[in-house]
Design a protein. Structure first.
Length: 310
C-alpha cells in the first residue's frame, strides 16, 4: 500500500480531512488487487449497429476506479458499448496495457495521441482559446476532444467515480430515442458553475439550467459548438482554470437546446444508497465520506455482482 507523503498528511490535518486519509489509501490499494479477480469485459468497435458510444477521462490515480465504473456500467446496460478512454499525461504504457486487458476492444488514447489529433484541427479552425483551455484544464477533454474523436452523433460521458448497480434500461431508451435531448445528472450542490447565473446570462447570453452535472451525460455532438465556446473563452470574465469550467461550458451549451435531468435513481451525490440507486456519481473531494463510501461500499457491491456473472 502506498504511504501518503508528509505534505499530504499536513494538508489533510489542516483541512480537517485526516480521518479519511488512511481509508483512502487502503481502499485504493485493496480495490486495485480485487479488480484482478473479475472477468474481462469485451467492448465493441465504434459504429457497431445497436451500440452506444461511451467516453471517459482518466489519470494514473483513477484508472482502477475507471475499471469499476465501466465494468459495472456494461454489466447493467442492455446494449453493446463502444468505449473511448481519454488518458491524461500521467497514464503510462503499463497502465494502458492493464486497462486493455480488462477491456479488450477499448480505444485508449494517450494525451500525446489526442494532441496529435486535436491540436491541428483547433489551429486549422483558428480556435486558439479552445487550444489554450486544453492546456490549462484537464477536464476540457470532455468538451473539446470528444467533439473531434467521437464517432457517434450521440454519446455518453461517464466519470470514473460513477458506479452502476442495477438495470440502466431507462438510459438506453433515451440513448436510442429519436429526440436529441441532452440529459444530465442533477448536481447536489447548491451551485456548481464557474460564473454566477447572472454573469452567464450577461456575458454568454444563456439562461443556464441549474444543477447540471457532467459526471453522467447523454449528449449530442452538435451541442458541442466549439465556435461558440471560442467566443466565450475570449471573454476576460471566463475562469478557464476553474474546476467547474468544463461543466459550466457544457451546461451552457446544452441550455441553448432541449435539456433534461435524469430521475433520482441516477443519483448524483449518493442521496440514495447502493440498494436504491441504479447509478451513483460519488461526486466530491477524494478525502471525503462519499468517496470513501464509493470504494468501501459501492465497489465492494460491484465486485460481488461482477463475480456472480463470471
Amino acid at each position: 500500500m502506498k504511504v501518503p507523503k508528509l505534505s499530504t498528511i499536513a494538508r489533510s490535518i489542516q483541512s480537517g480531512q485526516i480521518k479519511y486519509l488512511l481509508p483512502h489509501y487502503y481502499y485504493r490499494w485493496r480495490r486495485g488487487i480485487d479488480i484482478e479477480s473479475t472477468p474481462y469485459v469485451q467492448v465493441v468497435e465504434p459504429g457497431t449497429p445497436g451500440s452506444t458510444e461511451v467516453h471517459m477521462l482518466t489519470g494514473a490515480k483513477h484508472y482502477v476506479d475507471l475499471l469499476y465504473a465501466i465494468k459495472s456500467f456494461i454489466l447493467h446496460y442492455p446494449a453493446p458499448v463502444s468505449l473511448f478512454i481519454h488518458a491524461d499525461g500521467t497514464v503510462t504504457e503499463k497502465i494502458i496495457g492493464r486497462i486493455q486487458k480488462h477491456l479488450p476492444g477499448a480505444i485508449v488514447l494517450s494525451r500525446q495521441e489526442r494532441d496529435e489529433i486535436v491540436e491541428p484541427k483547433l489551429k486549422q479552425s483558428n480556435l486558439y482559446h479552445c487550444l489554450n483551455l486544453r492546456k490549462l484544464n484537464v477536464y476540457a477533454t470532455k468538451l473539446i476532444d470528444v467533439f473531434y474523436i467521437a464517432h457517434a452523433e450521440r454519446m455518453i460521458l461517464l466519470d470514473t467515480d460513477c458506479l452502476s448497480f442495477r438495470s440502466l434500461d431507462y438510459l438506453h431508451e433515451l440513448a436510442i430515442s429519436s429526440e436529441a435531448t441532452d440529459v444530465f445528472g442533477k448536481d447536489p450542490a447548491s451551485y456548481a458553475y464557474s460564473l454566477s447565473s447572472e454573469a452567464i446570462r450577461n456575458n454568454l447570453g444563456v439562461d443556464i439550467v441549474p444543477h447540471l452535472n457532467t459526471g453522467l451525460v447523454l449528449i449530442s455532438r452538435e451541442t458541442l459548438n466549439l465556435n461558440l465556446v471560442e467566443k466565450w473563452l475570449s471573454l476576460p470574465v471566463f475562469p478557464s482554470k476553474d474546476f467547474f469550467a468544463e461543466q459550466t461550458i457544457i451546461a451552457a451549451l446544452a441550455s441553448r437546446r432541449e435539456v433534461e435531468v435524469f430521475p433520482k435513481e441516477y443519483n448524483m451525490g449518493r442521496s440514495l444508497d447502493e440498494k436504491q440507486a441504479a447509478l451513483i456519481h460519488y461526486c466530491g473531494h477524494y478525502l471525503s465520506e462519499i468517496r470513501i463510501a464509493m470504494r468501501s461500499v459501492g465497489q465492494s457491491m460491484v465486485l460481488k455482482q461482477l463475480k456472480s456473472v463470471a
